[in-house]
Ligand binder design. Structure first.
Ligand code: CTP
Length: 397
């Protein structure tokens, strides 16, 4: 695959050098163009040595245009990645400007465009930046990241460029013809949605899970090349493309559907909101309102996630934790007691995120690391989570 990499002027430019090396390792041909500001951070010679091709920094360069001119370069690319993409570059792209080589190439190419933003957290949060990104997303541009964490300027927050390994995974994903996603061929089982525990033939105990997050994760894992089976409780969602779906209703049915398949999978992601208890004896007939009070006895359901992780040779097992208090303590306890490889924790019952919302944020923990994924649409959040799962899965196998 031919990758055209545009580097703009931010401190994260140094990570773009590693990115080129990793793309070459994955058999990609890479051509690099830089803004003038980027050359203040990394020398074009670095990229020339790593890509094996001269690096272009100017639009109006007679010598360079005599070789592969900028229109040829734009046609040559299968993917265009701008990494790092500064706030200024994003603004110029949103406005459709063509005042330097990277922006001109973006207008001149028909290839999919990916941005890896990198900037100070305040600049990232500024409405001007967010509006520009919305316009670009509306044109089909894929925005990868940014990550959250400590920044070169001393601040802490969103704005760090994603790691080169994550960018490579995102860039090479979603192209079934190429068969080169980081999870290609990885047999994966995902649970999603709520369960319904019958009280009588017409009533059930349920919960507020919409299934959106689990479906989005199943989709994102499939885009990374995984062969995904989705065991789903009742939802109003269409089946994700390229994913095999098994419908269940109760926790018992979900348990049976998972156990029937788990020995043949490499990766298990439990995103379902499984009822912990079910009515001990569902009434065979509709319960009549005969008495002033009704007492229903509940019994425990099996913990599907814990059972999978406790198998003799378990798949790489990822759990979710939905919490209303002490998010990290509870999530860490679940990671350890259930012996999971990763856990994705989110607040529920807060004003933002959680059930029945289109946005969410996650704190992802694993035995020797963690990552914060900030508030964003669930589809994008799922892509970032899937990349992180892929990164940890690949690192462990
Ligand atoms: N889970 C499961 N089977 C259950 C209950 C939960 O597979 N019977 C999975 C969920 O899909 C999720 C994780 O366990 O990945 C955490 O669920 P949660 O309800 O947050 O935690 P519990 O372990 O049930 O603990 P508690 O309800 O006490 O917080």
């Amino acid at each position: 695959m031919n990758i055209l990499l545009g580097v703009s002027g931010g401190i994260a430019a140094y990570k773009a050098a590693d990115l080129v090396r990793r793309l070459r390792e994955r058999d990609c041909a890479v051509r690099v163009v830089m803004t003038a500001a980027a050359t203040a951070f990394v020398s074009p010679l670095t990229f020339q040595a790593l890509s094996g091709h001269p690096v272009r920094t100017a639009l109006l360069d007679p010598a360079a245009e005599a070789g592969m001119d900028h229109i040829e370069l734009a046609r040559w690319a299968d993917r265009v990645l701008l990494a790092p993409a500064t706030a200024d570059l994003i603004a110029r792209l949103a406005a459709g400007l063509a005042d330097d080589l990277p922006t001109t190439l973006v207008l001149a190419t028909a290839a999919p465009l990916y941005l890896a933003p990198a900037m100070n957290q305040q600049m990232w949060r500024h409405p001007a930046t967010q509006e520009n990104l919305e316009r670009l997303r509306g044109r089909g541009v894929q925005v990868l990241g940014p990550g959250v964490g400590s920044q070169a300027c001393g601040d802490h927050g969103p704005g760090r460029m994603l790691e080169p390994a994550e960018l490579v995974a995102a860039l090479l994903a979603a192209d079934p013809g190429l068969d080169s996603g980081p999870l290609t061929g990885v047999r994966t089982l995902v649970t999603a949605g709520p369960t319904r525990e019958p009280l009588d033939p017409v009533r059930y105990l349920g919960n507020r899970s919409s299934g959106r997050m689990g479906y989005a994760v199943a989709t994102a894992l499939a885009e990374l090349g995984a062969r995904v089976t989705l065991v789903s409780g009742p939802t109003a969602l269409p089946s994700p493309a390229g994913v095999a779906r098994v419908d269940v209703e109760t926790a018992g049915e979900m348990h049976a559907a998972v156990l029937a398949r788990v020995d043949a999978v490499d990766l298990f992601v439990a995103a379902a909101a499984v009822a912990d208890y079910r009515p001990a004896a569902p009434a065979p007939q509709k319960i009549k309102k005969a008495d002033a009070e009704l007492v229903v006895r509940l019994v425990r359901n099996p913990d599907i996630l814990a059972e999978v992780a406790a198998r003799p040779s378990p798949p790489f097992t990822v759990g979710f934790a939905a919490e209303t208090d002490r998010l990290e303590d509870h999530a860490l306890a679940k990671l350890r007691t259930k012996r999971l490889r990763m856990i994705a924790a989110n607040w529920v019952g807060a004003t933002e995120g959680g059930f029945e919302r289109s946005d969410n944020a996650l704190t992802v923990l694993w035995p020797d690391g963690r990552r914060e994924l900030p508030m964003m649409p669930k589809t994008q959040l799922a892509r970032e989570l899937a990349l992180l799962i892929a990164e940890r899965y690949v690192a462990s196998s």
